[in-house]
Ligand binder design. Structure first.
Ligand SMILES: C[S@@+](CC[C@H](N)C(=O)[O-])C[C@H]1O[C@@H](n2cnc3c(N)ncnc32)[C@H](O)[C@@H]1O
Length: 228
């Protein structure tokens, strides 16, 4: 497989400090990043993540909550079953402040400020986990996967979208590269991923990869907690 050109500058990996902007700005910027870098329509992602909403659902890295709110709305419009409990975890205070405002008064949604590599929930608690637009922003993806595996019920599914090296024509690639360089500089992107490497990362953390496919510059992966 040809090696991908290295993007400069390297990520500044500021952790939660990279998310100090107000959540409204994150939402606006996020929409353009989705169109220009991921090159995926928002409803494609809403449809994808709405398929994985179990009774007790964990939204890993919920951010401002807007995307989760829209995922629940999508499920409602489709007439699908809504979770009884949604736990949204994120380590960035400013992002969670937006989510708290959005879900104030909600009995269904609980918001927790924490690092996903240390989740204060018992083993085998969750029926489903979604990681939307965040895996490539995790400073320590393996630690997060190990912890998610612990809190997931046997057979629970994890849906994730992972940002890969830009593909397509020159114009599309240049636009994505330009946005990715900005995101790396800001520290909101830790790395671009490779499909095989990502699959191997999940398998090493005891997940069975059930399905994987690319849309735009985004690898969509469906994994299940394995028995072993
Ligand atoms: C690009 S945002 C995506 C937020 C949301 N899922 C969405 O789709 O709008 C990435 C989020 O991941 C969070 N994050 C990254 N690493 C984390 C970790 N180890 N623990 C908790 N949150 C983390 C950041 O604070 C940020 O809110």
């Amino acid at each position: 497989m040809p090696t991908q050109p290295t993007l400069e500058p390297k990520s500044t990996t500021k952790g939660s400090d990279a998310y100090r902007d107000p959540s409204w700005w994150y939402d606006l910027r996020g929409f353009f990043i989705l169109m220009g870098s991921y090159q995926v329509m928002i409803w494609t992602h809403l449809n994808f993540f709405a398929k994985n909403l179990g009774q007790r659902h964990l939204e890993a890295a919920i951010g401002s909550g807007t995307f989760m709110g829209l995922t629940l709305l999508t499920q409602r419009i489709k007439g699908g079953k809504l979770p009884e409990e949604v736990v949204g975890i994120d380590y960035a205070e400013r992002m969670l402040a937006g989510a708290k405002k959005l879900f104030r008064g909600s009995k269904r949604v609980k918001l927790v400020q924490a690092d996903l590599s240390q989740i204060e929930y018992p083993d085998a608690y969750f029926d489903s986990v979604n990681i939307a637009h965040s895996f490539h922003a995790f400073p320590n993806p393996e630690k997060v996967l190990i912890e998610l595996h612990r809190v997931m019920k046997p057979q629970a599914k994890l849906y994730v979208d992972v940002l890969v090296h830009p593909r397509g024509n020159v114009l599309k690639k240049n636009l994505a590269n330009w946005i990715n360089r900005y995101a790396l500089r800001k520290g909101i992107l830790a790395r671009l991923c490779e499909v095989d490497e990502t699959k191997a990362q999940f398998e090493a953390c005891k997940f069975d990869v059930m399905e994987g496919y690319i849309v735009g510059n985004t690898y969509h992966l469906i994994a299940q907690k394995s028995h072993s």
